[in-house]
Design a protein around this ligand. Structure first.
Ligand code: ZN
Length: 212
């Protein structure tokens, strides 16, 4: 996935990586750029479309951003230090945050990871804005659905361009990391196929498909 605004650098990257799936060595600024884009397109999608779908008030989450899961000084949520190799929405502080190590790990396999993680955590902030009657029983799968809806919505708005294979890439990363991180533990988040079903439901049906 890429931002419209970064069309030219993205094109250079594509040309530089001859052969599908190959990518140049990961530069720190690439991942930072993808994180910034993922945050800005997800934020913009919900800010501009919330009232197309809901009547309750929308309070966007604060973006605490990256932390080092190994640091004793890492941020806390409700008194509990945030977990290593995880990303999360903290209800107590209404913020989203991610371990930079989790982002780097997934980024080795492709940039779709970054977009999926951020849009998924934003999906939990969306749930927090909604009355429980609009929640799914499986909150994790609903967050995946909202992620698909927001990313496809951003693409429909012209803010983001899906690249060939982005969805397949997200599936591949989830499968590769299945069970290896709290974020990809099937017991918490659902199996890879359930997660992809929910994500695709959001891509195809938009926000209305993600609420009961
Ligand atoms: Zn989640």
């Amino acid at each position: 996935m890429r931002s419209r605004l970064r069309l030219i650098p993205a094109l250079v990257l594509v040309l530089a990586s001859i052969g599908f799936g190959a990518r140049p060595a990961t530069a720190a600024e690439d991942i930072q750029g993808d994180i910034r884009t993922a945050v800005s397109v997800t934020r913009a999608f919900w800010a501009s479309h919330w009232y197309d779908y809901f009547r309750v008030r929308y309070l966007p989450p604060r973006v605490l951003g990256g932390y080092n899961g190994y640091s004793p000084n890492r941020p806390a949520c409700g008194g509990q230090p945030l977990r290593p190799y995880n990303a999360g929405y903290c209800a107590a502080g209404h913020y989203i945050a991610w371990d930079v190590n989790l982002m780097r790990l997934g980024y080795e396999y492709g940039d779709g990871w970054i977009y999926h993680v951020i849009a998924h955590e934003w999906g939990h902030a969306v749930q927090a804005n909604l009355p429980p009657g609009l929640h799914w029983g499986r909150l994790e799968l609903q967050a995946d659905c909202f992620a698909g809806a927001a990313l496809q919505g951003a693409a429909d708005d012209g803010a983001l361009v899906w690249e060939r294979g982005d969805t397949a890439e997200i599936q591949r990363i989830l499968r590769l990391l299945s069970g290896d991180t709290p974020w990809t533990r099937p017991g918490d988040h659902g199996s890879v196929s359930q997660r992809m079903w929910a994500f695709r439901l959001g891509v195809r049906g938009g926000v209305p498909a993600c609420v009961p």
